[in-house]
Design a protein around this ligand. Structure first.
Ligand code: SF4
Length: 347
């Protein structure tokens, strides 16, 4: 039986991308673009080396997947894309890698591309859906519509790949309700998992100019956490796992000046999950308001979720004490609870 799973992330920058997404500064997002300027063979060799280096750290029995990330893998040019897939497939054929996953744009999916991917051990296709509201996609300069995303999701699922939907919160013109609806639609379109990225404003991007001119107000950290928790709740209610919340922390994101505005936090996922637990606790307690002040409140959380339920730096504990003033407050784990479910007992 496999002992866990790891992705071997390979960031493939899309030089010469014809799109102008207002939030995009790909070099900073991926943290590196190690293949700039080299020949295709040099790029393939660098990828081969990178995969081998990560594999050297994988323990026996662990499932490994090569993950081509960076945004638009199926739009980078056929020769380059197939050359990179060939490299990943070498490792699959050698029995050292189990599968390949890649991320791309909805409008870079068609039947021909999918049948080409089917010739390799590509198991999962991640689509940068971002929003299912056309006015938000237009304001973000995405260059595709919600209908394009629907079509691409349908084709990916029909072709037998696992679908992962990536979405953003806090884009221009996007409201919290739009983001919940986007999450619900991603579930309805057949996704088996999702990623949520709160918008971060990078220098030298369209969004940076919009923020400076006052055409866009970046959400505060609190707002970003609340909105992203709304989207997470929609996925949780549909039983769809969220693989990632927020950008990966990397040196290029934490050096001064690397971010202009917006809600980047290295522990964004923890903050968002903590907020969802806070909402669940609040909902459970609101039904029992009359008895709280004199009693002992015990909050039950799923096994392994205690620290998220208590919140970063105990913020949910403090909020609970401040809002409900129980005589005594306890947090306990319960194996009977599924992730993001809570139970409260007042004695
Ligand atoms: S995010 Fe948009 S602009 Fe940036 S590489 Fe992807 S498609 Fe191109």
């Amino acid at each position: 039986m496999a002992k866990g799973h790891i992705n071997i992330p390979i960031f493939i920058p899309h030089e010469g991308c014809p799109n102008r997404c207002v939030f995009c500064n790909q070099h900073r997002i991926s943290g590196k673009s190690s293949f700039d300027g080299g020949s295709l063979e040099a790029e393939r060799e660098a990828v081969r080396k990178e995969i081998s280096e990560v594999l050297a750290t994988v323990s026996e029995g662990q499932e490994a997947e090569v993950a081509f990330f960076g945004g638009s893998f199926t739009g980078i040019g056929r020769e380059r894309m197939c050359g990179l897939l060939d490299v990943a497939q070498e490792f699959v054929d050698g029995g050292r890698v189990d599968a390949i996953r890649l991320s791309t744009r909805p409008d870079y999916i068609d039947r021909e591309i999918l049948s080409l991917l089917a010739g390799y051990r590509v198991k999962t296709v991640e689509l940068g859906i971002q929003s299912m509201e056309d006015r938000v996609l237009l304001a973000a300069g995405r260059g595709h519509t919600a209908a394009d995303s629907e079509r691409a999701c349908r084709m990916v699922c029909e072709a037998g790949f696992s679908l992962v939907g990536q979405m953003m919160t806090g884009l221009p013109l996007s409201e919290p309700e739009d983001e919940k609806r986007t999450a619900e639609k991603i579930c309805a379109m057949g996704a088996s998992a999702a990623r949520i990225y709160p918008t971060v404003v990078f220098p030298d991007t369209g969004l940076d100019a919009m923020a400076r001119s006052g055409d866009y107000r970046p959400p505060t950290l609190e707002e970003a956490v609340a909105r992203t928790a709304g989207a997470l709740e929609a996925f949780a209610d549909a039983g769809i796992p969220v693989l990632r919340i927020g950008l990966h922390s990397s040196e290029s994101l934490t050096t001064p000046g690397s971010i202009s505005f917006g809600a980047y936090h290295p522990a964004m996922g923890e903050l968002v999950e903590g907020e969802l637990y806070r909402r669940k606790i609040e909902a459970a307690l609101k039904e029992r308001l009359g008895t709280i002040r004199t009693g002992t409140v015990t909050v039950y959380l799923p096994t392994g979720e205690l620290s998220k339920g208590i919140g970063q730096n105990g913020r949910n504990r403090e909020w609970l004490l401040r809002s409900f003033s129980p005589a005594r407050l306890l947090f306990r784990e319960s194996p009977a609870l599924e992730k993001y479910r809570v139970a409260v007992e007042i004695s």
